[in-house]
Design a protein around this ligand. Structure first.
Ligand code: SAH
Length: 416
């Protein structure tokens, strides 16, 4: 296998620039530094080989950086195995489903990387009706998926807020059954909202919320968003979501222009600092109709490198945070047909089958090459079940599949 380069930004076709020397040399990554003298008296040995790092109980920032920079095929496999063992020890061998309904691509935001940004006038905008969303959720419940994710572009007007609120209430009531006495678990992914709106969504019955931070590096965040979209707002939203009672998910894009491995390591530390329960992250895929993506044309090698870095990020997040839920995202599969299976093998435990009606999938293109565009929802479910079986995992049916991390004594809404 080829390696992720040390500067992730080089993975996706950034114009060549002089690269500053990286702090960790190839020698340091692969081999133990030879003993060296201190004050001419004692000899110390630095622990830096991959097996030695993996044997540590607690990983440091430097360890994460070293392992994210791994390029050797055998070392990658060691990391993968360690992440898989951690998953089996702290979670289980069950993969949980989240039926994904991308219910609207209307968006007030203008993120420089995203295909459904409001500035992209070539997108045909749509919003599913309440009836369509509830019907898709009911189908999901009868399949035994246990949970649904309602995702959309961002709106914060009262009409859209009460629409989400009403739809969540209906899904909770209309999906109650013997198998699911509390109805489907509902995850929302509808962006930056006010604390009051988050409270309303939680009271309506949603209990998980995904809001990606995209990157915790301030400069990088500013370079991929317009000035009105601020890192501090996202951070405040994540805190407010926790305060409202949600299990909170976040994540980052991997392989953004000028992103470094140090920045990605800082992202993983951030997940712990913010007590994050669920992680959804994936490789950045340049979209030709966006300011960030229009001049980026990744080569095959760059694509492969970004996939590898995406897998290593999953593994390192698993090793560092242990009991959180981590999704094997569709962006992995957009880079490689087996990307999601590989994600599971590197420590992910969540899959999100597509429930968006097929006629609208092509209008929810956050990035090009999105898989499953032509398939209908039963095809998606069957294909994902086969993927789960192919990597020797079990399918979690009729359960919400909350992350173990979120199981706290005061968590009243957990049924897992
Ligand atoms: N507006 C909602 C959800 C829609 S976008 C929200 O902000 O929560 C969901 C995620 O898709 C984004 O957070 C981003 O991380 C990811 N995404 C967008 N464009 C992408 C691209 N070009 N490549 C990879 N991931 C992308």
């Amino acid at each position: 296998m080829k390696l992720p380069t040390q500067r992730a930004g080089l993975l996706c076709g950034t114009p060549p620039k002089p690269v500053p020397p990286f702090r960790h040399s190839a020698k340091l990554r692969r081999k133990t530094i030879p003993p060296r003298s201190k004050n001419g008296a004692s000899w110390r040995r630095r622990v830096t080989s991959v097996p030695e790092i993996l044997a540590k109980r607690n990983l440091t920032r430097a360890d994460i950086i070293t392992l994210l920079a791994v390029r050797d095929i055998e070392d990658m496999e060691l990391i993968r195995k360690a992440a898989e063992q951690t998953l089996l020890k702290y979670c289980s061998d069950t993969v949980h489903w989240r039926g994904l309904i991308e219910f609207s691509n209307e968006c007030r935001m203008n993120c420089h990387y995203c295909g459904i940004r409001c500035g992209n006038k070539s997108v045909k905008r749509y919003t599913l009706s309440e009836e369509e969303i509830v019907e898709a959720a009911k189908w999901c419940a009868t399949q035994g998926y246990g949970s649904v994710v309602l995702q959309s572009g961002e709106r914060n007007d009262e009409e859209s807020i009460s629409f989400v609120e009403r739809t969540v209430r209906r899904i909770k009531v209309e999906t109650v059954s013997k198998a699911l006495p509390l109805g489907l678990g509902i995850t929302l992914c509808v962006g930056e909202q006010s604390p009051e709106t988050y409270r309303r969504f939680f009271e309506a019955g949603a209990h998980r919320y995904l809001l990606r931070i995209e990157t915790t590096n301030r400069k990088l965040f500013e370079s991929i968003h317009p000035p009105s979209q601020r890192l501090d707002t996202r951070l405040a939203c994540l805190r407010s979501l926790k305060e409202s009672g949600f299990q909170v998910g976040t994540g980052v894009m991997i392989g953004l222009p000028s992103q470094t491995i140090e920045m990605l390591a800082a992202d993983i530390l951030f997940f712990r600092e913010y007590d994050i329960d669920m992680i959804g992250m994936g490789p950045y895929i340049p979209h030709p109709d966006t300011p960030l993506g229009k001049n980026l044309k990744p080569t095959g090698t760059e694509t492969k490198n970004r996939l590898q870095l995406g897998l290593l990020m999953i593994a390192m997040t698993r090793l560092f945070l242990k009991n959180v839920n981590i999704a094997a995202t569709t962006a992995l599969q957009a880079l490689d047909p087996t990307g999601r299976e590989q994600g599971l093998l590197y420590g992910a435990n969540i899959l999100m089958p597509q429930l968006t009606p097929s006629e609208h999938r092509k209008d929810y293109l956050l990035y090009p090459n999105k898989p499953c565009l032509g398939e209908d929802r039963s095809d998606c479910a069957e294909c994902l079940a086969a993927r789960i079986r192919s990597v020797g995992r079990k399918l979690g049916l009729n359960e919400w599949g909350d992350s173990r991390h979120s199981r706290k004594p005061d968590n009243k809404q957990s049924n897992c």
